[in-house]
Ligand binder design. Structure first.
Ligand SMILES: NC(=O)c1ccc[n+]([C@@H]2O[C@H](COP(=O)([O-])OP(=O)(O)OC[C@H]3O[C@@H](n4cnc5c(N)ncnc54)[C@H](O)[C@@H]3O)[C@@H](O)[C@H]2O)c1
Length: 230
């Protein structure tokens, strides 16, 4: 298969698992992260750049020749604090990466996706659906991403391009490792499946969503959260 997929924030965690899953499914995989070196055997093209840098993303996109079948906007950060203590800098930074970064990538690839009648997958979060204490900036960025996804689905449906949001719950990664152990245990007890999710469980959903088996799925947000709703 000579179809390219692009995964952002592919250095580790969910992004790396998605890249690996899609490589195993036979796609050519392009990815980037801000600072991590590429995992061996996963990428056909890889670079280090900041997703919030419009020109850098545009330059990355220009390096990929051939059919771009899907983009998976996964790069994301948290800068958690209760709102009373949240700084302007931490608000702006989270919006710049989690929301503006997705704008940058979609802009850079939209013409290629129209050509391929491809798929956009945006990794949001259940925080964006239900809100979460300490995450006003993050939840705002992830809610906005859902509205952004629904809008692209409406604008691009006529070209055969699909856009889907994926909302993971609590997944075992470096990001969730920052949560204090005591709070993690409390959270687990509130998750219907009584455990955190695995990165592979998100990756398999993404593989399905970009496949022809999901050809009538667009403009929606699918939770992969073990039933958890903050
Ligand atoms: N882990 C969870 O429990 C969880 C839950 C819901 C949603 N998510 C979302 O899933 C996505 C991946 O999360 P994760 O847990 O794997 O995170 P992670 O911190 O383990 O990995 C994030 C990846 O994104 C890259 N990245 C961060 N900022 C970047 C930037 N400015 N430019 C380019 N790359 C950048 C990092 O280098 C890294 O490779 C994020 O969008 C996150 O919001 C995670």
């Amino acid at each position: 298969m000579d179809k390219w997929v692009v995964v952002t924030g592919a250095g580790r965690g969910i992004g790396l698992a998605i890249a690996r899953e899609l490589k195993n499914a036979g796609y050519k995989v392009a990815g980037f992260s801000r600072s991590t070196d590429p995992a061996e055997g996963v990428f056909d093209y890889y670079d280090k750049l900041d997703v919030s840098d419009f020109e850098a993303v545009k330059n990355f996109a220009s390096k990929i020749e051939g059919e771009v079948w899907a983009i998976v906007n996964n790069a994301g950060i948290t800068k958690d604090a209760l709102f009373a203590r949240m700084t302007e800098e931490d608000f702006d930074k989270v919006i710049a990466v989690n929301l503006k970064g997705v704008f940058n990538v979609c802009k850079a690839f939209e013409a290629k996706l129209r050509k391929s009648k491809g798929v956009i997958v945006n990794i949001t979060s259940i925080s964006g659906l239900y809100g979460n204490v300490g995450q006003a900036n993050y939840a705002a960025s992830k809610s906005a991403l859902i509205g952004f996804t629904y809008t692209l689905a409406k604008e691009y449906g006529r070209y055969g391009v699909r856009a889907v949001a994926v909302a993971p719950g609590l997944i075992e990664t470096d990001m969730s490792a920052k949560i204090p152990e005591k709070i993690k245990e409390q959270m687990k007890s509130m998750i219907p499946l009584k455990r955190f999710g695995k990165v592979e469980e998100v990756a398999k959903l993404v593989r399905f969503l970009i496949s022809e088996d999901a050809s009538y799925i667009t403009g929606t947000c699918i939770e992969v959260a073990g039933g958890f709703r903050f």
